[in-house]
Design a protein around this ligand. Structure first.
Ligand code: SF4
Length: 413
């Protein structure tokens, strides 16, 4: 029998009560667990949610001014094989599926050339988790090319992308410290969505019931080790996979704690779950756009004004203006040349449209590299020397990306 979600016993907040909690968080630069849970439980109430949005926007203004960044990238799904079976995932395919695909190194090089032609700086390399441990035919595919593990192959793919002129950002699932060390000479940054700290969701029939790499302890350890190795790191929370408000708050606090101790968390993604037909969670209800904006705002108050906070624009294209009021300062990677392979049903907005709508909301879009300016310029220990030099060569004096081609409306900061 699976464990039911814990019930809340928090008392209702008045709007003035919520405003007091929010104002204190804006002034101190962080929202602590008890008030965060209280606000989080009641984000469904519009008046209270508006108070949270207003505070989050003020916190963003204090930390990031009027800038909202975007990274122009080429998305390379190196392999869509995976050893896990997350209930919401349509990216992963079994090896006998006609849609199963592993890129050859030549295909990686071709994707990189496509990115260069369209002015991209980032190669976003994504793949399933340790597929060789589950799929003998894929192990054979690797062995025929002289590789014993996906990691060995991934290192070569990143090398091809880096030597081709891109700055790779790799998200390969759970990696050990040694594996991150092996990738570091070819990557500007790496990432792993923490997704959730809820152990409950590892239960039978839950989102992570058949996903050993989604054990929160395993993912927290990788975050910790990324800090120890010295990697500019992306984390994030996945909203709407069965977690409670208190578990969302716990996830955000865990990321904040890691950022406080290591300073390596360069951005936090707030990503809503999108139901995909044909998956076990295809019939589950996602959060409403208003709730997503409320959680972006609460994340801003918890994480503070300095954290880079990202919400993907293709997952809420109708409400970019609402998101822009909720305290985000980054749209993440947007590709002029490749789809979002994780959410293929959700096309990217054009950079021109993003720029127009960001500006209409009184903010300015600026292009960044996979590493953020404050990390690239102020935290050299988070980068391999050669990768940092390459990144600095693509950056202006403030650390933002210099144009290498069609910018489609993105302004200089
Ligand atoms: S680990 Fe990632 S790729 Fe694998 S099944 Fe889960 S969401 Fe899909």
């Amino acid at each position: 029998m699976s464990t039911p979600p814990p019930q809340s016993s928090l008392s209702p907040l008045s709007r003035p009560g919520a405003e007091r909690l929010v104002a204190e968080a804006v002034d101190t630069g962080r929202l602590e667990r008890a008030p965060a849970e209280q606000l989080g439980e009641q984000l469904g109430r519009e008046a209270l949610r508006e108070a949270v949005l207003e505070g989050a926007f003020e916190a963003k203004r204090r930390g990031k001014g009027d800038l909202v960044s975007v990274s122009k990238n080429v998305f390379i799904p190196l392999t869509n094989l995976c050893r896990n079976r997350c209930g919401y995932c349509s990216f992963s395919k079994p090896p006998d599926s006609p849609e199963a695909r592993t890129y050859t190194l030549e295909e990686v090089a071709e994707a990189v050339r496509g990115g260069l032609r369209t002015g991209c700086h980032e190669a976003l390399v994504c793949l399933g988790d340790k597929p060789e441990q589950a799929h003998p035919s894929y192990r054979e595919w690797l062995a025929q090319r002289g590789f014993a593990t996906t990691l060995e192959y991934l290192v070569q793919a990143c090398r091809v992308a880096f030597e081709g002129g891109m700055l790779p950002h790799t998200n390969a699932g759970v990696l050990s410290a040694e594996q991150m060390q092996a990738l570091r000479p070819w990557n500007a940054s790496m990432g792993l969505m923490l997704e959730t700290t809820s152990q409950r969701l590892r239960g039978k029939g839950k989102a992570h019931g058949v996903a050993p790499d989604k054990d929160p302890a395993v993912r927290l350890r990788m975050h910790e080790e990324a800090g120890e190795v010295g990697v500019a790191f992306t984390s994030g929370i996945l909203l709407g996979i069965g977690e409670t408000a208190a578990e969302r708050v716990d996830t955000l606090l865990a990321i904040r704690d890691l950022a406080d101790r290591h300073g390596h968390i360069q951005e936090v993604i707030v990503q809503p779950f999108h139901p995909k037909s044909g998956t076990p969670m295809g019939g589950a209800d996602p959060l409403s756009d208003a709730e997503v904006a409320g959680w972006v705002a609460l994340a801003r108050l918890i994480l503070g004004p300095e954290m880079n906070l990202q919400a993907p624009p293709n997952l809420a294209p109708q409400v970019l203006e609402l998101l822009l009021r909720s305290g985000l300062n980054d749209w993440g990677g947007v590709s002029p040349t490749t789809p979002d392979f994780i959410n293929p049903e959700a096309p990217w907005p054009s950079l021109g449209e993003l720029a127009r709508r960001t500006e209409a909301a009184g903010q300015r879009l600026v292009e960044r590299l996979p590493a953020y300016p404050e990390h690239l310029l102020g935290r050299p220990e988070l980068f391999d020397t050669r990768v940092r030099e390459a990144a600095l060569g693509l950056a202006d004096e403030r650390g933002w990306a210099r144009s290498r081609g069609p910018r489609a409306g993105v302004e200089a900061a």
